[in-house]
Every structure is written in C-alpha cells, then in structure tokens.
Design a binder for this molecule. Structure first.
Ligand code: ADP
Length: 605
C-alpha cells in the first residue's frame, strides 16, 4: 500500500435500470459505500413513462442525441424523422388520435424552429402535443454571448402555443413534465413547449429522491359538466326548430364520444354535416348525413347545433351567402347552439343563442338525458318537409357525382382516380386516410366516404401543406392500421423525404401522389418567354415512385384507374411502404381548389 491516494477514487457507471451507481472507495474511510444516482436524461424518460407516454417523434442532434438513445434503451419507441416539422406533425396527430400529448423532440435553435410550425399548427387545431427542445446555456443566451445555436427559445415559443415552460434543475423535471401534460390536455387541448437546456440532462441526483419528485398526473382532462340551465336552453331551441342541423367538427372526433353523438343524432332525427376530420363519426352513408346537400342545409337551417366545430373561415364565419345572407357580411338568421370546452368560443363570429360549455361527452349525455326526461318517446323529429328536401337534394347530387365518377377520361383526372380510392377505402374501412393538397384535398373530401371515426386526417384549420408524411408515419405507428395518403404533387413535396422514414420503419403506408405537374396544375407558362419555369409548374412527367424505390419500398407508375386499383390493392395486401405516381391530366383542377375566393387576384375577377 505504498502508493496510497489521498482522495477517494470515485467510479460511476450506469446500471441496467439506467441509474448511475457510484462506488466511493476511500482509503481513509476504508469501506465502500454504494448508492444509486439518476440524471436528467433518465428523469425525463421516467416522467414520460410514468404518465403512459411511450413514443417520441423527433430528430436527434446536439444536445438531445443521447436522450433519444437512452429513451430507446429504456423501452420507449423513438421514431426519427428527416425534418423536425414532420416529426412535429406526427406528434400532433398522435395526440389527436390517442388523447395523450404527442411528443416531438428537437435540437436547439433551427431544429426548434422547424418543430415550432407543427406546434403552432397543433395549437390551432386543438391537438395535444409537447415540443421538447434542447437549448443552449442560459447564462450565455441571456447575455447574448454567442453560444452554439443560441436562441431564447422559450420567449419565441410562448406566443405561438398554449403554454411554455423551462426546467433548469433535475429535481423540477417531474413538475415540468406534469405541467406540460396538464396544459396540453386540459380544457381546449393544444401545443406546449418544454425547454430543456443541455446542462439539465447531465445533472445528477439521488435516484430515490428523483423517483419521488416525479408526478403521475391525476385526471389530466377532467370532465366538464354543463350547467342544467344551459342544457335546457339548448333543448328548448332544438324543440322549437323547424329546420334543425347539427355540425360535427374535429373536436367531436377528438372527444371520442362516438356512441353518445350517434345516439343524439338518431334519437332527435336531426340531419348532420361533418366537417372534414369529423367524417366517419357516423358513416358518411348514414341517412341523416347531409354532406351531399351542404349548400342547401347551411342557408336553409333555422337552428344549428355546433358540436366541437368553430365558426371560423371553414364555415364562412357563420354568416354571408353560405348561410343565406344577402351579402358576405349578412347574418343568415339562424339560431346557434354551440357545444365547446372553451368558454370563450361562443360569440366569436356571430351570436350564440345557447352556448353549452363542457366536454362533448358530458354535454351530449346531458342533452340526451334532458330530451329523454322532457319528451321521452314523444320527441318530435324534424318535419318531413325539411328532411325530405334534404334527401331530394342529396339524391340529385349523389347521382350527378356517380355519373362523373363513371367516366374514364384519358389521361386520368381527379375524379377517375378518386373513384378508385373511394372503392378501396370502402373495402378497407379501418385504413386511415391522410389527405392534403388543393384539388387533391377538395375532391378527396367530397368523393371518398368515411365510415369509421378518426379515419380521416387532413390539412385542418389552417389548410396547411406538409402534414402528409408526418401524419402518415404517426397514424401507422399509433393505430397499427394501414394508411393511405392521398397527396397533391405540390403538397407531397413538403414532406416527401420522409418516404425514407416509411421504409426505415417498414410502415404499411400507401402514398398516392396525384401528379398533375404543378401547384393547382401544370399548364402555366412564363409570360416573358424567359428561361425560368412559371412559378406554379414542376418538372413535367416527374416519377415520384422512384423516390420510394430508392429506399427499398415499392414504387408504381399508374396512368389508368385499373393500374391505380391494382397497385393500391397490392399495397394493402403486402403492407409494404408503397408510392404510386398517379398521372393526372395537367389541365384538371382549379386555381386554389375550392378556396379560389381567398385568392386576391381571383376576387377582383
Ligand atoms: P373543425 O375544423 O372540424 O370545424 P375546429 O377545430 O374548428 O373543428 O373546432 C374544434 C373545437 O372543438 C374547438 O373549439 C375545441 O375547443 C373543441 N373541443 C376540442 N375537444 C373538445 C372536447 N373534448 N369537448 C368539447 N369541445 C372540444
């Protein structure tokens, strides 16, 4: 023992549970102490797992690479993307589908900013999501001394999401995650930013103390029961209605109150109109579905009950010609009942005569109970004059559509291609349909019937492009069901690189690119005769199918409905990632799809 070290030699290593075991072997003390230590990495992972969160969507890099590795080592699913916006969109839609906040993990500044678009979009759509970004050293950021990827991320995120938090100390991780979960899920769901500085991950603390600091959130989305007077106000309005209508929004789809909503509609016999992501809450083929008579029921209704749908631009703000007003500012004279979890939503565009504030499940049950107790089996269904007129209009429009769908033009157009998609979805009702584009979106929404809830995921409240592959990856991962993504060629470009992700995880996703050579179409020419292509056109005859082949997936070039059908059927059978380049007439489609009126130049015409 001639070379006795004056100090204790301390050796730390991770044990199988992820905690650091410290062996302090001091020559002076002459005995060995062993205690368990944990660190920031493991506290975050344990806090998420404790709250039933088992999947992270993200993109590794400094300072969260090791976090991603450790999360996977601890049994979480860590799904890596090629761009953070796609990972963020995946997290957002996972939140919508599961009612648990979807987690997106990014690096600092640029990665954070890429994820922020998705976080803001999630908030706009009322999807619960948590964006977790690593960040640089606070002391340097606050003094603006130029750290690696320096950015005051918390300040930037704050106005763009529902809540934003930063955790500086390992012992606060439990609280930080709990607050993020509550903020994302309670009340109106939305996006939350959680800022985790690089230094936090390496902080260590006693494992037992760490364990005790974690919080399993109790009842993160508490029931909100509507007031009895508010319920009666709504029932009275419905009772007096001659031409009632129910509008179902994606809040109703999110709420998973499917049986209650169906019971309410069938008990009252009130026709309903699903917003695009509420399609399938009741089958689109249901006799009370008024989708095919939209332009008749909106101006014609006298009492409209909104269930988880806002009167925003998608519903022409509840006024104007869509609602029977004489000018675009006129109210149509309808009375509105609005079921929403947000007490501030009512009156945001027009007067809401009967606001019903609460969670949709509780509100619908309360309405059913009130209807039962006041009218029982004597509830008067809407007059046949109203339902008959709707049925007549529906039948006419459905017949007209059937005629269009039966045509088989060369080259294919949106209708002949989507007639195939319609059949495929009918035969595979569990498949999830992801849909984005302009014309590709509008035509798919109106042509393809959905028969089950939460099977249609699309561009949502902003009409955003770029959700396609992020949504597809998440839908396949969280549902285990096949996914069919119907993409405009322009929309696909925003997230197209994620076909590699589809192949890497071998996901049962069939992407159909409706390829008409450009944004809206491929016919624009540069009026100057100069060498640059017109701003809306792409390379003609592009072969998007080759992109999928590059990563080992199946690529198919389809020029006829028969080829498209065969390829889609094979994709569903094989469950292999597949991309079908469906060649569409480049003159098919209209400028801006159905929202041409929002285009300033179109307005002038
Ligand atoms: P859409 O675009 O389909 O019309 P919106 O996104 O405009 O639907 O509206 C969704 C609405 O649903 C939001 O106002 C939101 O507050 C509400 N909402 C979301 N979840 C619930 C819930 N569980 N209970 C009640 N309302 C909800």
């Amino acid at each position: 023992m001639g070379s006795v070290e004056p100090q204790a030699s301390v050796e730390a290593k991770l044990n199988s549970g992820g905690q650091i075991v410290v062996n302090a072997d001091s020559q002076e003390v002459r005995h060995e102490v062993s205690r368990e230590v944990t660190d920031g990495f493991h506290l975050v992972i344990d806090a998420l797992k404790l709250n039933g969160i088992d999947t992270i969507f993200g993109l590794p890099g400094i300072p969260i690479t090791d976090f991603a590795r450790k999360a996977q080592a601890e049994g979480m699913r860590v799904i890596s993307f090629r761009h953070e916006q796609n990972a963020g969109n995946a997290a957002a839609v996972a939140g919508f589908l599961t009612q648990k906040p979807g987690i997106c993990l990014t690096v600092s500044a640029p990665g954070f900013l890429n994820g922020l678009t998705a976080l803001t979009n999630a908030t706009t759509n009322c999807f619960p999501m948590i964006l977790i970004s690593g960040s640089s050293e606070r002391e340097i950021v606050d003094l603006q001394q130029g750290d690696y990827e320096e950015m005051d991320q918390l300040a930037i995120a704050k106005p763009l999401c529902k809540a934003a938090f930063r955790v500086l100390h390992a012992e606060d991780i439990g609280v930080g995650i709990a607050r993020a979960i509550r903020a994302a899920l309670s009340g109106r769901p939305g996006g939350v930013y959680l800022d985790l500085p690089a230094k936090l991950f390496a902080q260590t603390m006693d494992a037992e103390t760490g364990r005790k600091s974690l919080i399993k959130v109790v009842d993160p989305a508490p029931q909100q029961i509507p007031g009895a007077d508010a319920v009666m106000r709504a029932v009275d309005l419905l009772k007096g209605a001659k031409r009632p209508l129910i509008v179902l929004g994606k809040g109703a789809a999110y709420a998973q109150a499917d049986a209650g909503i169906r019971a309410l509609i069938e008990k009252t016999g009130i026709p309903y109109l699903p917003m695009s992501m509420a399609k399938g809450l009741l089958p689109d083929t249901h006799e009370l579905c008024a989708s095919a008579a939209r332009s008749f029921v909106l101006p014609g209704a006298d009492v409209v009950m909104l269930i988880g749908a806002r009167l925003n631009w998608l519903l022409s703000h509840g006024k104007g010609k869509t609602w029977g007003g004489k000018t675009h500012k006129d109210w149509g004279g309808q009375k509105f009942i609005q079921i929403d979890i947000s007490p501030q939503e009512a009156d945001s565009n027009v007067r809401i005569d009967a606001p019903l504030v609460g969670d949709i499940g509780s509100c619908v049950s309360a309405l059913l109970a009130a209807i039962e107790s006041t009218a029982g089996s004597n509830w008067a269904k809407p007059p046949a004059e109203w339902t008959g007129a709707i049925a007549e209009r529906k039948n006419k429009n459905v017949a007209k559509m059937a005629e269009t769908l039966a045509r088989n033009p060369v080259p294919m157009n949106f209708h002949s291609a989507l007639a195939v998609v319609r059949d495929i979805i009918k035969a595979n009702p569990d498949a999830i349909l992801v849909n984005e584009g302009a014309n590709a979106l509008d035509f798919t929404r109106s042509i393809v019937d959905m028969v089950k809830p939460r099977k249609r995921l699309d561009v949502g409240t902003w009409g955003i492009m770029g959700i396609g592959m992020g949504f597809s990856v998440a839908a396949a991962i969280v549902s285990g069901e096949p996914v069919i993504a119907i993409e405009g060629d322009s929309a696909f470009g925003f997230s197209g690189m994620e076909v590699e992700t589809l192949c890497r995880y071998n996901l049962p996703v069939c992407v159909v690119v409706l390829n008409n050579n450009g944004v809206y179409g491929g016919t624009d020419v540069n009026p100057t005769g100069g060498p640059d292509a017109a701003p809306t056109v792409f390379v003609k005859g592009a072969r998007y199918d080759k992109m999928m082949e590059a990563f080992g997936g199946v690529g198919v070039h389809a020029t006829t409905p028969a080829e498209l059908r065969k390829a889609m059927e094979e994709a569903l059978r094989s469950k292999k990632p597949t991309l079908i380049n469906a060649v569409i007439d480049e003159t098919a489609g209209t400028e801006s799809g159905r929202i041409t009126s929002l285009n300033p130049s179109a307005k002038k015409k």
